[in-house]
Design a protein around this ligand. Sequence first.
Ligand SMILES: Nc1nc(=O)c2c([nH]1)NC[C@@H]1CN(c3ccc(C(=O)N[C@@H](CCC(=O)O)C(=O)O)cc3)C=[N+]21
Length: 283
Amino acid sequence: MLIIDGKKTAADIRRELHDRVAALSARHGRPPGLAVILVGDDPASQVYVRNKEKACAETGIVSRGIRLSAGVSQHELEAAILELNADPAIDGILLQLPLPRGLDSQCCLNLIDPAKDVDGFHPVNMGRLALGLPGPRPCTPAGVMVLLERHGIGVAGKKAVVVGRSNIVGKPLALMLLHANATVTVCHSRTAGLAGEVRSAELVFAAVGRPGFITADMVRPGAVVVDVGINRTDTGLAGDCDFEGLKGVASAMTPVPGGVGPMTIAQLLTNTVDVWLARTLKD
Ligand SMILES: Nc1nc(=O)c2c([nH]1)NC[C@@H]1CN(c3ccc(C(=O)N[C@@H](CCC(=O)O)C(=O)O)cc3)C=[N+]21
């Protein structure tokens, strides 16, 4: 079985972006700027945000961390977003999710200037994705598509099953696969005969958020399995798939860690460079 190395692919992309940013910064007058808003003190979110800031620094992207206390009001958070919308040095705005209880994330996402929406979560950009129009794409599913492409794994004409229907992964991933001419089935908690659906797939995408959810008996021999799950367990980080059990069944599979996670960060950097190029070309 081929282990799809997301860490290496992400490192390749980061090197390519670094070189592009270095070559283009002079012509564009300034380096790309990314603002990352972190509300509260959730330890996992803090680690993610620190990793994103480190990745920016290595790529030549100027990052600005906006750290707000968990007690911030909806109004104050919205004011912070509007300020970043108006800041010419900021090309991309990322609002780290989930937000602490009491804050309305969709209201905040709706306020981010769609031209600065490096997460691709704004309704306008989700609409663009649904219509197949260009625009920033959600980082995790876009990273999955790039990972498959760079491993020569085509999806056109293949039967793909996406397990999970979240707005940040399952739903946008299904649309991307559809645009890439896969035949797509989306399974979720109310799907009847889920195991059978998964077993019929040549490509399996697991984005459920439950460790070990996809087991060997659910996967057709030779299928490609992409594990989008990130679960913190007593024994460390785990995906949604029974990796050991699937080794004898799948033809290729992404590990956790070292699979889709690093690609998410690489795609955030790609989106940031893309919006920077679009914005600096406009003025
Ligand atoms: N607005 C917003 N955009 C996001 O893209 C976003 C978010 N909020 N909230 C949280 C999730 C989660 N996420 C990950 C990014 C990288 C890894 C990653 O690099 N994982 C490493 C391991 C890192 C570790 O050890 O924890 C790996 O899988 O190898 C994982 C998860 C982005 N998210």
